[in-house]
Design a protein around this ligand. Structure first.
Ligand SMILES: NC(=O)c1ccc[n+]([C@@H]2O[C@H](COP(=O)([O-])OP(=O)(O)OC[C@H]3O[C@@H](n4cnc5c(N)ncnc54)[C@H](OP(=O)(O)O)[C@@H]3O)[C@@H](O)[C@H]2O)c1
Length: 310
């Protein structure tokens, strides 16, 4: 609780895709003081966050347990996120687990202050049938291992675990062959397999709704997705949105062996999504979203907003 009696929510990885949405939505709610944790408060993204109402920056590093304890002091809530990206290496399982353990150890050790009431941990979708999970990609199992670490440290009763599906934003990435063009819609999953996805901004909306209604969400785990479409359908949707005179849009998937050669775990992830699928219950999510006033973003709206029509 802040000095003025306003609950403080500390957001880890605040300058990341999820963190920015979470900070924005919490700020919009007007209910909290938001501590946006970053390694570099002078970065442009951090400064943009600091311009939002009720947001202050705090310097911290998920690799620094002692520093994290200071960042979390007096927090009512914590949005906990971790990353497998270590410098130029995109997916380092052990690096993510190290952050998760620091996070949880620090949270566990400030819990005694008695102020902390709610943790939202951002994990990754689990399949409906756990037997189909193996072999899971390393950057998925790392998050599930962190979930277990949370549990064994006695924090489940304070925690909501959100498990987002793949971001829409991946369709507009920087990697060659993984960007929407005039004639292609890119993806790593087989064109005929249903693939659950979500606008990253919606993760922020869900997180704010979860913090706003702890009674409903504490102790729960929730797979989050906004759409379930095949690659072919997504390409066709983009074609339709562009209109009759536009060129045909085809779904383009890199050969799996090449994907595995360059980013092995993303290839394993594509296999996993095709085999086990993300387990989000879209109908139930729509019901909850309606009750909690969460405006979910459709892929069509996201594409229109991003103006992928040139
Ligand atoms: N891409 C997807 O489709 C998808 C779907 C579901 C889940 N996920 C998971 O989402 C997570 C990534 O979240 P995101 O997309 O929001 O992140 P992101 O956009 O990749 O941003 C990462 C942020 O983390 C911060 N950071 C990096 N190392 C840090 C450290 N050691 N200590 C503190 N902060 C650190 C950086 O901020 P500063 O430099 O400002 O400190 C950076 O802004 C990953 O675990 C990924 O597996 C991704």
């Amino acid at each position: 609780m802040g000095k003025e009696g306003i609950p403080i929510i500390t957001v880890t990885m605040s300058t990341g895709l999820q963190g920015r949405g979470v900070v924005k939505q919490l700020s919009k709610s007007g209910k909290y003081k938001i501590r946006a944790l970053t390694r570099n408060p002078s970065s442009k993204t951090a400064q943009q966050l600091a311009d939002l109402p009720n947001v202050e920056l705090i310097e911290g590093n998920l690799l620094d347990y002692e520093g994290l304890k200071k960042c979390f002091k007096d927090s009512y809530g914590i949005f906990a996120n971790t990353t497998p990206t270590k410098g130029l290496q995109p997916l380092v399982r052990e690096y993510e687990i190290e952050q998760g353990k620091n996070l949880i150890n620090a949270i566990r050790d400030i819990k005694g202050e008695g102020l902390l009431k709610h943790i939202v941990f951002s994990s990754i979708c689990k399949a409906k049938n756990p037997l189909k999970n193996d072999p899971a990609p390393g950057h998925f199992s790392s998050k599930w291992d962190i979930e277990t670490y949370l549990e064994v440290n006695g924090l489940s009763k304070l925690t909501t675990i959100i498990r987002p599906a793949s971001y829409f934003e991946n369709f507009d990435g920087d990697l060659p062959g993984l960007k929407i063009t005039e004639t292609t819609f890119p993806g790593v999953v087989n064109p005929n397999k249903p693939w659950q996805t979500i606008a990253v901004e919606d993760i922020g909306k869900w997180t704010a709704a979860i913090f706003n209604n702890p009674k409903r969400f504490i102790g729960q785990s929730i797979n989050l997705a906004g759409e379930e479409m095949t690659g072919k359908d997504m390409a066709a949707l983009l074609g339709e949105l562009r209109g009759k005179n536009a060129k045909k849009v085809s779904y383009k998937m890199p050969p799996r062996f090449l994907l595995k050669l360059f980013i092995h775990d993303i290839g394993v992830m594509a296999d996993w999504i095709e085999r086990a699928a993300y387990g989000a219950d879209l109908n139930n999510l729509k019901l909850i979203a309606k009750e909690e006033n969460i405006q979910m973003t459709s892929l069509a709206k996201w594409l229109k907003d991003k103006q992928k029509f040139s």
